[in-house]
Design a protein around this ligand. Structure first.
Ligand code: ATP
Ligand code: MG
Length: 437
């Protein structure tokens, strides 16, 4: 056996994959590595999982291995566990009866590898490799990889008509690999883009996430807008209003914050973003992270503008800015603060269209923020060395709106360092505040 076949896959995984293939071929079936793993090996990209394809039917596969999970048995897919690694093994099959531009209603098992490769989306994804490293490549996938081209297997219009998601996969691959899209494939996409409306947003989002986390998301965004595909998603996106200049530093951001910059570049406020992210089926955690980030941006900017417009105080010192920062910190928390600082680094100042004065305040806050955050003795109410109960007893008053308000004032005073975060000092301050009212 040629052990040099896989340079970009985990050695153990490749070895166990080969064992699975060998067991199948020894039993008289055909079996191959196929799809993404073969493509990525040829491209020299790290391989995370290996899909296998075989002439054996699922029942025959199950009979040959001690540990098999029937993942998608009706579609011919089972997961074979071998040496602690999982391999999806799919029987050669064709697909037909596409309804509503997504997912086939019928699959039929076939005997020829070529027929199986024919159902796959792009030539580079339609290459199979046997246990000796021999490749089956009926549609010129290797040549297209060398030419850096994404090309449909067969007639593009038909393939995109069958399954609208392929159009987004096409742009995703072109973006992530920095490939071009073959002319007929591009043309086919333009003709069938309406089919994207039938694709569940969750699948759309997954493709866009892969595209956006890649090395050249602007390339993908550009192709999305030129193809008109963005206007054809089930849940509309206001990306036509996205300002390209704002995005120039996007690759410097971690994956999730890239979405934040994108939303911001469309000048969406946090409520609009919230609605959109829900409709786009983002997890609550990601949605809230981004919504808070946008809230921070809006609040910080409006504070900077207010400070700049405050003619009464002719000298703005860092202390005014620091107090603004601390208030935001209390409201939205240090995680959002850290996210905003990252975002701010790549956002061109001109995007905000502020007065030079306000711009200066934003920049100064960003400059000193880390120090201010570190210096804040307390940020969260629950870390304040006093509770509502203690306050109620000490004041000999019944609970009411005054309580929450007083607690918030105490938190702000302690966070700003006006008073120490100590119960006695906090009580003292509370009495002062209340007697002044
Ligand atoms: P990734 O690197 O994102 O995993 P992949 O090409 O491996 O890319 P998968 O979704 O894992 O994508 O699919 C495995 C293989 O199944 C593909 O390489 C392709 O041959 C085939 N395939 C996947 N989705 C489609 C589709 N929508 N239409 C046709 N063939 C598809
Ligand atoms: Mg894959």
């Amino acid at each position: 056996m040629n052990t040099n076949t896989w340079q970009y896959a985990d050695h153990e995984m490749a070895l166990h994959g080969k064992e699975v293939i060998h067991t199948l071929t020894t039993a008289g079936h055909e079996a191959y590595w196929v799809g993404g793993c073969v493509r990525d090996e040829l491209l020299g990209r790290a391989i995370h999982d290996m899909d296998l394809t075989t002439s054996a039917e699922p029942e025959q596969v199950i009979a040959l291995f001690p540990h098999v999970i029937p993942t998608g048995i009706q579609h011919g897919t089972v997961t074979v566990m071998q040496g602690g690694h999982a391999f999806e093994v799919t029987t050669f099959r064709t697909e037909s009866g596409y309804v509503d531009h997504r997912r086939p209603t019928e699959v039929a098992f076939v005997k020829e590898i070529r027929e199986d490769l024919m159902r796959r989306d792009f030539t580079m994804n339609a290459i199979a490799m046997d246990e000796y490293g021999e490749r089956v490549d009926p549609f010129g996938g290797e040549a297209d990889l060398r030419a850096a081209l994404v090309r449909c297997v067969g007639r593009a219009e038909e393939r995109f008509e069958e399954d609208g998601l392929r159009m987004l996969r096409c742009i995703r691959f072109a973006s992530v690999f920095r490939f071009r899209i073959a002319f007929n494939t591009w043309k086919g996409m333009l003709g069938r883009r309406e089919g994207l409306r039938y694709i569940a947003m969750e699948r759309v989002r997954v493709e866009l996430e892969k595209m956006l986390s890649g090395p050249d998301p602007l390339r993908g965004l550009d192709m999305l807008s030129r193809s008109g595909l963005l206007a054809c998603t089930k849940v509309s996106v206001p990306w036509e209003q996205c300002e390209g200049d704002a995005l120039s530093g996007i690759v410097q951001l971690p994956d999730e914050l890239r979405w934040g910059l994108l939303l911001l570049s469309c000048r969406l406020n946090s409520e609009a973003a919230d609605e959109l992210l829900r409709a786009w089926t983002f997890s609550n955690a990601v949605r809230l992270r981004l919504v808070h980030l946008l809230e921070w941006e809006t609040e910080l900017v409006s504070r900077a503008v207010a400070i700049a417009g405050d003619t009464a105080s002719d000298e703005i010192n860092d202390e005014v800015l620091r107090r603004s920062w601390i208030q935001l910190l209390i409201k939205l928390g240090p995680d959002t603060a850290a996210d905003w600082l990252e975002l701010n680094k790549v956002l061109p100042a001109s995007f905000r269209r502020l007065s030079p004065e306000a711009d200066k305040h934003v920049a100064r806050m960003a400059e000193l923020a880390d120090m201010w955050t570190k210096q804040a003795a307390v940020i969260r109410l629950k870390d304040l060395n006093i509770t509502g109960n203690i306050l109620v007893q000490a004041m000999n008053r019944r609970g009411g709106p005054w309580l929450g308000q007083t607690m918030e004032r105490l938190l702000l005073a302690a966070a700003c360092g006006d008073i120490p975060n100590e119960t006695e000092a906090l009580l003292q301050e509370a009495k002062q505040v209340i007697s002044n009212e």
